[in-house]
Design a binder for this molecule. Sequence first.
Ligand code: URA
Length: 238
Amino acid sequence: MERLQKVIAQAGITSRRKAEQLITEGKVKVNGSIVTELGTKVDVSQDEVIVNGVPLEKEEPVYFLLYKPTGVISSVKDDKQRKVVTDYIEAEQRIYPIGRLDYDTSGLILLTNDGEFANTLMHPKYNISKTYIAKIEGIPDRQIVRKLERGIMLDDRKTAPAKAKVIKSDRKKGTSIVELTIHEGRNRQVRRMFEAVGHPVIKLKREQYGFLNLQGLNAGEYRELKPHEVKQLRELGK
Ligand code: URA
């Protein structure tokens, strides 16, 4: 979703300032209604914007799956000039990530210009499963694994039931690889869950998002989602 004045300015009709003026003067309609509020957000792939009686062309909705490398921000721009996820994708549309992965987490992230789709997938009721592979310090025992699965108190709220499985442990180095599947998307959730049970994360990768995985992609590579995948994602929350 983007601010209405920005969308109008970027359509090349006029400057940002003039766009603001057109909005406050009541010359802009969104989905049939006059909008005079400057902060109004619109979805460039879904909403019908008409300026002075002339409709702006809607962007074609696009959907991408990126294998985000570590050291990349899940955003469209960064104040400190660090790399952002949209740097990896060649698209004419104004795409943005659906949710986020930490700067130091790699793995699967979706990007789109379809705000309705993005909002739907991020809605808590959707409960899409996300599978992470974590390299952690130490070797967790059965009790720790059960604790992770049953829920951990984070910010006074228990995490929802999860699935955890120790894939392997290196006794010499004192590290383990654990697969953890969660259904929420709280801030730094996986890192905080492991931290809470005394096994800080050394490395983290999101390997799966719902039925989607990283098959065929290397870090930094992406592909478009197939229409049936988009449809299937939309149906997950129904
Ligand atoms: N959990 C985390 O701790 N980090 C992520 O990037 C995603 C989930």
